[in-house]
Design a protein around this ligand. Structure first.
Ligand code: BDR
Ligand code: CA
Length: 308
């Protein structure tokens, strides 16, 4: 089984990504590291523990990471994910599972060192933890098998500013460092493809009436409402689950290698992922950019995993 570490800021879609990873039965999840992002580090950690309880997967270690971006202030997304990050869906669930001692940065370094060439990092949050890990242990870059990042957008518009996607916008210095680190395989699952991976009310209805199905319905209600207000369609984009989907089955997406950098010094464009489609900067490609997705196949994979 593919060994993975998930790095999350557990909001509504991170939670569905975790559930997909756990319930696929096809991944050896070494641990889940948490980071500030959609919600505070504390809230992201509690949410992750609750989701693992819901999935009956309490044995998976959860390790806390950075509580703020490298240089910038926090930028929560309560508007989209609700005050608690899970759309209020598990607000009454007692938290029995605790995070492990230690820091996410050390956890990532240690696990990759223990399994050289075998670990896939699935990053569905601002890239602060991985940037800190690279700074602390540069040799990590050569030991990681592959990195899959939900983040960025190269052919369309942003979802925080006109040009920036949330995970990159929140910690652009971290993203820049990760993109330029020299990983053998770094795949960018950006808004170009995640916006095509839409979970609809019909998908949710098809999940039945299990506790899990009820959770999915409740947690996505507000998230869908926001999407509806902006796009006039009752659906929500499965950003983070698609990154997990790509780790499970690369054939879901079409990718092309390009040089990608991140803007960090612009009033209007900070956090923009600039993709050098015509190689005007004469740099070596550093990122496999997802340009298309087989959305139906992915949504089948996701709904199958969420059905009892
Ligand atoms: C990303 O931003 C967050 O709000 C989501 O959890 C996802 O990781 C989408 O832009
Ligand atoms: Ca996320």
């Amino acid at each position: 089984m593919k060994k993975v570490i998930l790095d999350v800021d557990t909001g509504v879609d991170d939670a569905l990504g975790i559930l997909l990873a756990v319930r696929s039965g096809e991944l050896d999840i070494l641990g889940i590291t948490t980071v500030n992002g959609n919600v505070s580090l504390d809230q992201a950690t509690v949410n992750t523990c609750k989701i693992l309880q819901l999935a009956g997967a309490e044995q998976i270690p959860v390790v806390r990471g950075a509580d703020k971006p490298l240089l910038r202030t926090t930028y929560f997304e309560h508007r989209i994910h609700g005050k608690d990050g899970l759309g209020g869906a598990l607000k009454d669930m007692p938290v029995n599972k605790q995070a492990e001692d230690g820091h996410a940065v050390d956890f990532i370094i240690e696990q990759v060192r223990r399994h050289p060439g075998e670990v896939t990092l699935v990053m569905t949050a601002p890239l602060t933890n991985l940037a800190l890990a690279i700074m602390k242990e540069p040799a990590l870059v050569q030991q990681v098998k592959e990195v899959v990042v939900m983040g960025g957008v190269v052919q369309s518009f942003g979802n925080v500013t006109p040009s920036a996607e949330y995970n990159i916008y929140v910690d652009p210095e971290a993203a820049k460092l990760v993109f330029k680190a020299g990983f053998a395989s770094l795949t960018l699952v950006g808004l170009d493809v995640t916006r095509k991976a839409l979970l609809t009310e019909e998908h949710i209805a098809s999940l039945g009436d299990s506790a899990l199905a009820r959770y999915v319905k409740e947690s996505t209600a507000e998230y869908m409402q926001r999407y509806y207000e902006r796009n006039g369609v009752r659906a929500c984009a499965m950003h983070d689950p698609l990154a997990v989907g790509v780790a499970l089955n690369r054939g879901l997406v079409t990718t092309k290698s390009y040089y990608v950098d991140v803007e960090t010094r612009s009033e209007l464009c900070d956090g923009q992922t600039v993709c050098d489609f015509q190689n005007r900067l004469s740099q070596e490609a550093n990122v496999q950019v997802c340009l298309d997705v087989n959305a139906d196949e992915f949504l089948q994979l996701l709904t199958r995993a969420l059905r009892d």
